[in-house]
Design a protein around this ligand. Sequence first.
Ligand code: ATP
Ligand code: ATP
Ligand code: MG
Ligand code: MG
Ligand code: MG
Ligand code: MG
Ligand code: MG
Length: 281
Amino acid sequence: MANSKFEYVKQFEQPDSLLPNTWIVVRLDGRGFTKFSTKYAFEKPNDKRALDLMNAAARSVMSELPDITIAYGVSDEYSFVFHKSCTLFERRASKLVSTIVSTFTAYYIHHWPTYFVDGPPLSPPLPSFDGRAVCYPSVQNLRDYMSWRQVDCHINNLYNTTFWALINQGGMDGTAAELMLKGTFSADKNEILFKKFGINYNNEPEMFKKGSVIFRNYELVEPGTKRVGEEAEEMSSAVPEVKSKSQVEKDKKARTKAKIVVEHLDIIRDEFWERRPWLLS
Ligand code: ATP
Ligand code: ATP
Ligand code: MG
Ligand code: MG
Ligand code: MG
Ligand code: MG
Ligand code: MG
């Protein structure tokens, strides 16, 4: 390091490392995508190309950062989960968030021509994303976080599907459609879809209804089987696990080799997590 009279300024940097032994979620969200989706004529309410592109960018992020355990995406947002034992960047929040957001944005632009084949090329203002990191201290909190996002996906998609059916097939304008849906419950929207337009909401594409979940795939565990030592693990889960250096390297290698899959599954119910115990262990 060159000794200069200026280097004292480095001391102005504030520490921002996140609480140890907690699950870190970095969520990013497209900036001004209401406008962006109009500019590139996204199909409403769900443009499949745009969702596939989000998934491709998220998948690329996951393959570059083996510390990410699982990711969940819907609309213009993606959540990336770091294991509670993660030590990447000494858990510094700004390093984690800025790396995820810039890597995601770079790949979003890189993959754009693959998914928007016939459309115009990207032009300024270019797509950009905001990001934040939140710590969840327990598996329950983390699962509730994931459930929160998937419930949001369901509620928004049911609303949007009905809203756009009223406009595209029902010939209503936005104001009339909004008024018609004001104060309605899920059952009412299902009924409008079915009775007015013959649409059975259950038959809508899984990606639209459930969003997308990305994870490293290993062999599934049969439902209802408890792993050896699981109870002991539950008892001692308050103590941060210290892995040997060689174990950490081995795990990392296995993670790098595992296939990254994009699925559209229910992540609210226990089954998803029980069958993939490596995600939360
Ligand atoms: P902000 O910068 O505050 O996030 P925003 O305009 O991006 O503003 P959001 O609440 O994030 O607001 O909403 C995302 C917008 O992008 C919605 O209008 C949604 O319809 C649109 N959008 C995102 N993905 C798609 C898609 N695959 N198909 C159609 N529309 C989409
Ligand atoms: P920000 O300026 O922090 O980005 P936002 O309202 O855009 O504010 P996000 O965290 O980007 O919030 O939104 C994530 C999701 O949370 C959105 O789908 C939104 O509908 C929902 N949301 C926003 N505020 C609340 C809240 N107070 N309680 C529950 N859900 C909320
Ligand atoms: Mg926001
Ligand atoms: Mg917003
Ligand atoms: Mg947005
Ligand atoms: Mg959004
Ligand atoms: Mg540097």
